[in-house]
Design a protein around this ligand. Structure first.
Ligand SMILES: [Fe+2]
Length: 309
């Protein structure tokens, strides 16, 4: 993309981090106000966030983040540890989808992943409420991005497989990284969907914003981390403010690390894949590029890491 007056300014600068030897990434910081995504530094900050592939957003009041924290710290402990330890015994066999349920990954991490269509029947009410609140947050963020990218409102449904209209596919994932390995906790990857909203209270997340250098991301306790995935990168790639599906990883841990995340993707229930599209501003057309399943199994979003953060 050649520089124009509409281009966002260069990526934010970095400052040294004493704790790891890496630099801490300086990210834009937004919030939801009246249902709209806003930034104190004005709309150009969203342009910089799109270019960075990641930004911070204040946790809205209707998101019971403490409930998610409690689940993340207990789901792997087993049935003798109520109220959430029993989820260790709920595996992919219960869902007919090899990605869902409880998993152990190479003795590095433990994960519980559940798609929205199962939240009502498998989660306690407070967890379903958390998932729905994070789905609303994802919709507000996506709407802000689509509007900023110049995609007309009447194309939003087809452009996102109804994801921006609360009709996409959504997952909640909970992660426990074990301190038994000092190797990477999660290999470098890009997420496959439109965006990921991450809660992490322990350091470990690192990003490479295309400069060949890893930077740490340590969100303040009152913020989620939002990162864009391959579906958003493709959708906006021909616009004047393309999003970056930022490369990220989790460092090796010296203590237990807990996190949880919400993934927003195009509709991809069995037998129904609404496809991934690119918006073409010159004609207003939506070009179908591939299926959501193609992205999930692409080189950069291998299925064993794409659901972790
Ligand atoms: Fe990820």
């Amino acid at each position: 993309m050649s520089p124009t007056s509409a281009d966002p300014p260069a990526a934010a600068t970095v400052t040294p981090s004493d704790s790891t030897g890496l630099c801490e990434a300086a990210l834009e910081h937004g919030r939801i106000d009246g249902g709209y995504l806003v930034f104190d530094d004005g709309p150009p900050a969203l342009g910089r966030a799109l270019q960075d592939g990641m930004f911070l957003v204040d946790i809205p009041a209707d998101v019971a983040v403490a409930t998610g924290d409690a689940f993340a710290e207990h789901f792997f402990r087993g049935p003798t540890s109520p109220p959430y330890g029993e989820f260790r015994d709920i595996t992919s066999d219960s869902f007919g989808d090899p990605l869902l349920g409880f998993h152990q990954r190479a003795n590095k991490s433990e994960q519980f992943l559940l798609e929205r269509r199962f939240w009502d029947t498998r989660f306690p009410d407070e967890m379903t409420a958390l998932g729905e609140a994070m789905t609303r947050l994802s919709s507000h963020i996506m709407a802000g991005v689509l509007a900023y990218s110049g995609i007309p409102y009447d194309r939003w449904g087809r452009a996102t497989g109804d994801c921006v209209l609360l009709g996409g596919t959504y997952h909640l994932t909970f992660n426990h990284y074990l301190p038994t390995h000092l190797d990477l906790g999660l290999n470098p990857h890009q997420d496959d969907g439109f965006l990921t909203i991450l809660r992490a209270t322990t350091p470990g997340l690192e990003i490479d914003r295309g400069e060949g250098t890893w930077q740490t991301v340590t969100p303040p306790p009152g913020c989620f981390v939002v990162n864009f995935g391959l579906a958003m990168e493709i959708l906006t790639s021909a616009t004047r403010t393309p999003a970056t599906a930022v490369l990220h990883r989790v460092s090796g841990q010296r203590g237990d690390r807990f996190s949880f995340a919400h993934f927003a993707s195009v509709t991809q229930t069995p037998g129904a894949d609404s496809g991934v599209h690119r918006y073409l501003p010159a004609t207003g057309a939506l070009e179908r590029v591939c299926t959501a399943q193609d992205l999930l199994h692409s080189d950069y979003a291998a299925s064993d890491v794409a659901t972790g953060t």
